[in-house]
Design a protein around this ligand. Structure first.
Ligand SMILES: [Fe+2]
Length: 181
């Protein structure tokens, strides 16, 4: 199966599920994150990274109700590895780092934490809370850390009930253009 068809199959199987603790579905959340990346003037690989940043959630079974979570499912690691086999680092690395990016922003941007949704505050605890000074330095040593922060901010914005966005199908050429092989 082509990469683009793999992606579309994952969304058709799991995309209708609720995006944990938010008022949008997984598919709506993905489309909104990509929408904001595009609106932000992001390059193609970052738009695809935003669209697929939560692909790890589509690959694994996690409880629908966020309150049932007892530990973080590390969807960014699962998703980043899945994407690294199908796209270049410009797509996979920001995805791998989008959860650390949240912990980074909580440590470095005083207004950021106050703007997180309540579900995102719950997962922040599971994810380890704000980064320490040493963790901030290590994160800034990642070549893609700025891109990861950009994807993160699109992720955070992509929780608007009823927002009209472009369809998943409209991303086919972009995905095909960036997929390996
Ligand atoms: Fe997300």
């Amino acid at each position: 199966m082509s990469v683009v068809n793999e992606v579309f199959t994952l969304f058709s199987r799991h995309g209708a599920g609720a995006y944990y603790g938010e008022s949008v579905s997984m598919l709506e959340h993905a489309l909104q994150a990509a929408h904001f990346a595009r609106e932000d003037g992001a390059p193609p690989q970052l738009i695809v990274a935003a669209l697929l940043h939560d692909v790890g959630h589509l690959l694994e079974d996690v409880p629908d109700d966020i309150a049932q979570w007892t530990e973080d499912a590390h969807h960014e690691t699962v998703g980043g590895a899945w994407l690294a086999r199908r796209f270049g680092e410009g797509v996979s690395d920001p995805v791998r780092l989008h959860v650390p990016a949240k912990r980074y922003l909580c440590a470095t941007d005083s207004t950021y934490l106050s703007q997180l949704s309540s579900a995102s505050v719950i997962t922040l605890k599971l994810q380890g809370g704000p980064m320490s000074v040493a963790e901030v330095a290590a994160f800034e040593a990642e070549p893609s850390y700025r891109e990861a922060v950009r994807v993160r901010l699109c992720d955070d914005r992509g929780k608007v009930a009823g927002l009209h966005t472009a369809s998943l199908a409209s991303y086919r050429p972009l995905i095909e253009g960036l997929a390996r092989g």
